[in-house]
Design a protein around this ligand. Sequence first.
Ligand code: HEM
Length: 414
Amino acid sequence: MAVAPASLNDLELVNNETYAADGYPHEAWAVLRREAPVYWYERDVKVPFWAITKHEDIRWISRQPERMLNAPRLAVFPEFAPPEEDERVARHLLNMDDPDHGSYRKLAAPQFTPRAVRRMAASVERIAVDLLDDLAGDGEEREMDFVTALAAPLSLAVLADLLGVPRSDWELMFRWTNAIIGSNDPEYQIAGDPQQSAGEARKALFEYFWAMAEERRRQPTDDIVSVLANSVLNDAQLPPFELLSYYFLLVIAGNETTRNAMSGGLVALIENPGEFEKLRRDASLVDSAVEEILRWTTPVIQFCRTATESFELRGQKIRAGDSMCLFYPSANRDEDVFDDPFVFRVDRNPNRHLAFGIGEHFCLGANLARLELRILFRLLAERLEHAELTGPMERLASSFLGGVKHVPLRYRLV
Ligand code: HEM
């Protein structure tokens, strides 16, 4: 770990570029957990927020959805103020509260139950095996960028299957989600400035799914696009904005996150060869290895809640209307919850990480993400005989999602 900054006023928590250059600010979070776990953060942001860094506090806040709202501030985007009601670019589960949140969540929930997800196992395995077979060649030593060659196409393919998007359009999803999530990152921008880039990608995604939804209304199928296009709420079809926002959320949430857990997980195994060896020798460790990868990488950096009333937390007076930023990677290194939190252990047990959040908004796709990760890391443990980094892992300029853009690798797959 780097040396801790001199004072709390020097901490950088939400600067996008810092994340690209240095990765997660774990040392800053550790200082906050120790010295100021509920900390009013005013620097470099349009609107200040309370930085919440303890596992217990994130759990406590997330479990009170009636007085800790998801709207209007979804997350801290440092250069923007939280949007007014009529400025929102999307309206979906993550920025909805009850009663809408509950009724909208029920519409897609049946597609994500353990049972529904188990039915996808064979096809996820097929997709992963096909990708690995292609990359293996004749088992000779080769090079690849793990992100673009494996992690991104695998998460995209699974998501596309779920949504019903044809293979020929995966590339579009990849471009749009990169441009939306990575709008601050020049590599991913598709138009002039960040806002314009994200706006154009969102518009293209909305248009694409609008056409698809209309088709599914004429001819229903069993994919999620069809289920939602034909759903009825309060005796009517979903309003277009909410319907398109639902697709938008699934596309973004379902591919950027899983991709980053895969890439960050592989890097963690390479950097901890003893742990990789343990997993290779004992395939039954794959489930706990995946939980540890989720804890270690914590691909979602933060979401916010807004207080509806004043209350006190650890001696700090939080006022109605204040926002609290929940830093999940910090919770997942909390010394009060995890033994040796900065040690990566594939057999960690218990592992009460919060990578998927907790409470009413707990990740809807958690079962699917776990399935994908378990299949991939089981196959890698069996087939990846050698892997070394040939350059640094390149990170996304985002303090919202911990994106991994490139992981250059020399490897041998059998
Ligand atoms: C490793 C992969 C993933 C991670 C780390 C992750 C993380 C998260 C987190 C932190 C939340 C917010 C939880 C909260 O506020 O308490 C969330 C919500 C959500 N996730 Fe995921 N996610 C992943 C994969 C997926 C996948 C594969 C899908 C769907 C295909 C998905 C769909 C969603 C949806 C729809 C929500 C909103 C739930 C709600 O507000 O009720 N996620 N996810």
